[in-house]
Design a protein around this ligand. Structure first.
Ligand code: 4AD
Ligand code: MG
Length: 479
């Protein structure tokens, strides 16, 4: 087993017939012929397709292990690559030796050949990467991450790492998970010696004094790296963050996670118009990279998950994103004769049903809604002269709704202070953020893309829990 195994993806595309190769992976199926040959479909995760292994019954030791080569078992195979007589694949591997690495009891292995529901697969998150769908999602996710770095790196953006533990609430929505060691201390103070470990359900102490806490004040998991990204953008030029973010919002929908990955560019000397241009170019570059580099997986999504995926993506590439103001959006929504679950009037948040109506039905393409009422947006957004709107923008795409949220930032100290107070926040708590407006303040803008929302768009998957390896949602943090 000392030889490094070749990847199936490489062999299927570039493997030379006649060459000696070694592969390793998991058996998808085995079929035995009457002539004494066995045909094994081997998958190693490098691509959707399996490599066909042809094993002559005379291969040493094969008869003894043959019945253990069931779905899910792992093998190591050496042999000669030959042109495949079948039309399905270019090459197949004729085994000279085959070693069984691990068995998978056919009565117990949960991933038998039939189709499994995504709900069921969520319960076996440790095995679902072995299925076609989750393998494809993992590969596309990887491609998207690389494309994101490439997009920004090729434009001279600096990648900055912002903190995961923070003492400020960027979105001001109070949806933060507290990070504390007080639980342990207070339990110890109650005279109990056994501190409940992670994953157990314990009664919390009745009072918490954060002054005594690890950080001396209440700290939380970040909801966004934006405020810290602004620090670097107003020192070093365009930057971007790419990290996990956390929201304790109790919205049990197919589009919300409690832990998700966000990409947040922040650009100095840039207004909302430049921000919208960047967002559009960014989305298009990710779509293009997935289509170019993950063709086989993307076709699988179109065939097996949602047959509108490729059409929707091509439509995105072919059109300029339509830009409409929030006021126009409200006018369109209120002038249809449809009945809404949440009727909307100027000043209200657009709900998912309105957003999807606008992008899917009314415009039939991605749109950018800008200039939202200041009363429904966070303190940091630039106030327009009309006194009632801020320079915010949301990118809405078919099937997903909001995929990007961003804004031009308020860089005028006086207005910022006014907004902080309006939002019930104490300017003193934002002293460092205010300093950026006191010393060499510049107009700047940025946005956040939720990686998993992007993956919903690319894959056609319905539920956001299925495009992240280990989803965290209310009452669910297993694995
Ligand atoms: O619109 P949001 O809340 O904006 C911000 O956090 C800004 N600080 C971004 C910025 O300007 N730098 O979130 C941005 C995006 C949303 O458009 C959505 O795609 C995603 O993050 N998102 C979520 N994705 C999954 N689960 C959740 N609970 C999400 N909340 C937001
Ligand atoms: Mg938003």
């Amino acid at each position: 087993m000392s030889t490094q195994a070749a990847r199936v993806a490489t062999l299927l595309t570039r493997g030379e017939p006649g060459s000696q190769v070694v592969v390793a992976g998991w058996v998808r199926t085995r079929r035995d012929s009457k002539q004494g040959f066995s045909f094994i479909e081997l998958n190693d995760g490098s691509c959707m397709a399996n490599l066909q292994i042809v094993v002559d019954g005379n291969v040493p030791g094969f008869t003894e292990i043959k019945s253990d080569l069931t779905t899910g078992s792992s093998v190591h195979v050496a042999g000669e690559l030959k042109e495949s007589p079948g039309a399905k694949q270019r090459v197949e591997l004729h085994a000279a030796s085959l070693e069984l690495l691990g068995t998978a009891d056919a009565d117990e292995y949960p991933l038998q050949k039939k189709r499994h529901s995504f709900e069921f697969l969520r319960e076996i998150a440790h095995l679902r990467p072995r299925t076609n769908t989750f393998g494809a999602i993992a590969r596309v996710r990887n491609c998207v991450c690389r494309a994101i770095h490439e997009f920004f790196q090729s434009r001279g953006f600096l990648n900055v790492q912002t903190p995961i533990i923070t003492t400020s609430d960027c979105e001001g929505a109070g949806e933060m998970f507290t990070v504390t060691t007080l639980l342990h201390e207070s339990i110890a103070a109650r005279g109990e010696t056994k501190v409940p470990g992670p994953g157990t359900a314990a009664s919390p102490p009745s009072t918490l004094n954060f002054q005594n806490d690890f950080f001396g004040k209440r700290a939380s998991l970040t909801v966004s790296g934006q405020l810290e990204a602004e620090i670097f953008a107003t020192s070093l030029g365009p930057v971007y963050t790419f990290g996990p973010t956390f929201r304790a919002e109790n919205s049990n929908t197919a589009r919300h996670l409690a832990e998700f990955w966000m990409i947040e560019p922040e650009v100095p000397f840039c207004d909302l118009d430049g921000d919208m241009q960047l967002a559009e170019a960014f989305i298009k570059s990710i779509v293009q990279a997935s289509l170019d580099e993950c063709r086989e997986d993307m076709e699988f999504f179109n065939e097996r998950i949602d047959n509108t995926v490729l059409g929707t993506l091509q439509n995105i590439l072919d059109h300029e994103f339509k830009r409409i103001s929030y006021s126009e959006a409200v006018d369109i929504v209120t002038s249809t004769d449809r009945t809404w679950e949440y009727p909307v009037k100027w000043g209200d948040n657009l709900q998912a049903e309105h957003e999807r109506f606008l992008t899917e039905e009314h415009f039939g393409q991605p749109i950018i809604v800008f200039d939202y009422p200041r009363t429904i947006k966070p303190f940091y957004m630039y106030c327009n002269d009309d006194g009632r709107t801020v320079r915010a923008m949301d990118v809405l795409v078919p099937r997903v709704g909001e995929i990007i949220g961003g804004s031009q930032r308020e860089h005028r100290l006086e207005t910022l202070d006014l907004r902080l107070r309006e939002c019930g926040l104490d300017p003193a708590d934002y002293w460092w953020y205010r300093d950026l407006r006191r010393y060499g303040s510049v107009p700047h803008s940025g946005f956040g893309l939720g990686l998993e929302r992007m993956l919903l768009l690319l894959t056609g998957m319905q539920n956001i829990r299925d495009v992240i390896p280990f989803p965290r949602t209310p009452k669910h943090a297993d694995f």
